[in-house]
Design a protein around this ligand. Sequence first.
Ligand code: SF4
Ligand code: SF4
Length: 189
Amino acid sequence: MSKPNGKDRTQSNGEDLAGGPALELPLLDLPGSHPCHECGECCHYIAIEIDNPTAFVDHDHIYWYLSHRDVTVYVDWEGDWFIEFTTVCEHLSEQMTCGVYEDRPQLCSEFSWDDCEKTSGERAWKVHFRTPEEYHDWHRAKRPRSFERYQAWRKKLRASRKRVRVQSSRRVNAATKPARAGVSPTPAS
Ligand code: SF4
Ligand code: SF4
């Protein structure tokens, strides 16, 4: 598995597919001209693959994800879906190098510096959703029948929640209704 937003070009023996020794990220003691020098961009997020949304609950989960700050969802060029959290790795040093270089996760080790968004100049996503509205707009435009069914499902949810709220407030009102003037509540025995 390669780290999302980049392609894995290393083999398990650590040799680069182009034939030279693997360059692993983020590199230490880099010349100032190297793209990774003082960069660390690939250590500022995590992305996890999710299912291609088909069921109501899938769309609703995406609605939930995107309702949170610093959480986005994207579709890569292979059509795979990911949830991305913008969050900096605790091991990233102020110099933008890895503080646990020898002991870093395998995903970091396999990430290829010459294929990342920064060095390739190509964005890693085909579609990127940052808000629920962006996702709903895409859903409506690209999968209109699915969007309609999802909206009908949400409408039913809203109606049932409204019923529950009305019933609960009636029960609360009944429990707190004051005694009529001149009629004392029955004292507890
Ligand atoms: S791999 Fe790319 S994003 Fe990561 S440090 Fe190097 S240049 Fe920056
Ligand atoms: S462990 Fe190192 S390479 Fe991996 S994200 Fe953290 S700082 Fe970056």
